[in-house]
Ligand binder design. Structure first.
Ligand code: NIG
Ligand code: FE
Length: 387
C-alpha cells in the first residue's frame, strides 16, 4: 500500500546536503510505503500511488524526537511548582518525593502513566521519545521502571544514579557500588543507555564516571545530566568520555564550550526546565556560534519541568535562547535523532521512517510565531496517520 502525500506548501527535510539548515522544499510531495518514505520531490513530478492525501498547502516536518524524558513516575509535585513561582528555588531533593510515590505504585499504574504521557506527546508531534528510569532507585524498582518504559520505546535509559535514595544517605559509596553492580546487571537487559545526574547534591564527577564506565562495559551507551544547577565538571567529563549527549548545559564556562566544540558530544538543551524553575536559560547562541551541535528536548518529569510539549520547547528556544526558528526546529528533530544516535528518524528522506508532523500553518516559523496555539494538525508514525 503506497500513499502519495501531496500539496505540501513547505516540507522541512533536514537534508544535510541542502543549502539551508532545514532543507526546505516548496510545493512538494512524498510517497509513504511500508512505513517508510519511498519518494520525495516536486508535487508536479509525483509518481502514482494507491491513495492520495492532500495537505492543502500546509507545512510538514519530521516528527519531533524528544531525546530526554522521565516518564516512569507516579504522583504530582504541583505544590513545589507553586512554591517556586512564589520565590522558592528548585531543589533536586524533591526527586525523593517522586521516588516514594513511584515505589508505592503498581506496574499497571506506572504503565498507564507512561501511556498517558506518550499519547499527550504524540498529539503534539513527538514521534520518537527516550524514557529514563530514575524514580525507583532499588534493583527491583529500577528494573521494573525500564521494563515498563521498554513497552513504549527502544530508547530506554538506566538512571539509577539520579539521586542517592534515603536508605543510602549515609553510604553514598555503597549506593554507587549497588548501581554499578547488581542494579546495572538487572537493568541492562532493558536499557539502551546509561545516564547519571552529575551535580552538587547528586553525584560528583568521580561517581558519575564510575557509573558511566560500568554502563559502557555492560554494553550501554552514555549520556549525562550536567551543569543544570550550577557550574561543574559534568560537561567536560561527558566530552572526555565521548558520550553521545550531555543534557541541560545551563551553566557553562568557556572551557566547557571549548570541550563541546572539540567533541562529537551533543548539547541537549531543555528550556522547559528553565521556564519551570525560573533559572536563566542556557545560551544556545553561544554554543551554536562555537560550532556545537545542539538538540532540544522536553525533560518531561514531575519536578523540574512538567511539559511534554516540543512545540513549547521550540518557542522558548527561539524567544529565550536566541535560536532562529529553523535552528530550533532542526534541534528538535535532527538534533534529537543525533542525540539518540538514530539515523532512521529526524529527517524526511528516502528510506527514513515515515514520521511526519502536519502543521495547521504555512511554515515551521509559526511554531514560535504562534506560541501556545495547538498547530499540530496530524501526526504520522511509521506511515500510520492520526489526526
Ligand atoms: O532532568 N536533573 C535531574 N533530574 C530531573 C529532575 C527530576 C525531578 O525534579 O523530579 C531533570 O531536571
Ligand atoms: Fe532530566
Amino acid at each position: 500500500m503506497s500513499t502519495l502525500v501531496t500539496n505540501i506548501g513547505e516540507l522541512a527535510t533536514n537534508d544535510p546536503a541542502a543549502p539551508d539548515l532545514l532543507g526546505l522544499r516548496h510545493d512538494a510531495a512524498l510517497v509513504v510505503e511500508d512505513g517508510l518514505v519511498a519518494w520525495t520531490g516536486p508535487a508536479g513530478e509525483a509518481p502514482a500511488a494507491d491513495e492520495r492525501v492532500d495537505i492543502g498547502g500546509r507545512a510538514v516536518l519530521p516528527g519531533f524526537v524528544d531525546s530526554h524524558s522521565h516518564l516512569v513516575f507516579a504522583g504530582d509535585r504541583a505544590d513545589e511548582f507553586a512554591a517556586r513561582m512564589a520565590g522558592e528555588s528548585y531543589a533536586a531533593g524533591g526527586i525523593r518525593r517522586t521516588v516514594a510515590a513511584t515505589r508505592a505504585a503498581s506496574d499497571a499504574e506506572l504503565a498507564a502513566n507512561v501511556d498517558r504521557h506518550v499519547a499527550e506527546m504524540r498529539r503534539q508531534g513527538t514521534t520518537t521519545v527516550e524514557i529514563k528510569s530514575g524514580y525507583g532507585l532499588t534493583v527491583a524498582d529500577e528494573t521494573r521502571s525500564l521494563r515498563v518504559a521498554s513497552d513504549f520505546t527502544d530508547d530506554t535509559t538506566f538512571l539509577g544514579a539520579h539521586v542517592v535514595p534515603p536508605e543510602y544517605a549515609d553510604d553514598v559509596a555503597g549506593y554507587v557500588d549497588l548501581v554499578t553492580g547488581e542494579m546495572l546487571a538487572a537493568a541492562a537487559p532493558y536499557a539502551r543507555w546509561i545516564d547519571a545526574f552529575c551535580e552538587t547534591g547528586a553525584f560528583d564527577d568521580d561517581q558519575a564516571r564510575a557509573v558511566l564506565e560500568a554502563g559502557g562495559a555492560a554494553g550501554l551507551r552514555g549520556r549525562l545530566h550536567a551543569n543544570q544547577l550550577g557550574p561543574g565538571p559534568g560537561v567536560r567529563l561527558a566530552c572526555e568520555l565521548g558520550l553521545t549527549a550531555v543534557d541541560h548545559c545551563t551553566f557553562l564556562a568557556d572551557e566547557d564550550v571549548e570541550a563541546l566544540s572539540g567533541s562529537g558530544t551533543i548539547a541537549t538543551l531543555l528550556p522547559g526546565v528553565e521556564f519551570s524553575t525560573r533559572q536563566p536559560y542556557p545560551d544556545a547562541r553561544r554554543l551554536l556560534d562555537a560550532g556545537v551541535r545542539v538538540a532540544l528536548a522536553s525533560d518531561c518529569n514531575p519536578g523540574s519541568c512538567y511539559t511534554s510539549s516540543m512545540p513549547l520547547c521550540v518557542a522558548l528556544a527561539v524567544r529565550e535562547m536566541r535560536m532562529t526558528p529553523a535552528e530550533a526546529v532542526h534541534a528538535a528533530t535532527a538534533g534529537g535523532a543525533a542525540a539518540l544516535g538514530r539515523d532512521d528518524v529526524g529527517t524526511i528522506a528516502v528510506g527514513s521512517r515515515a514520521d511526519l508532523v502536519v502543521l495547521d500553518a504555512p511554515t515551521h516559523v509559526h511554531l514560535a510565531y504562534r506560541p501556545g496555539v495547538p498547530l499540530v494538525a496530524a501526526v504520522w508514525v511509521g506511515g500510520e496517520r492520526s489526526g
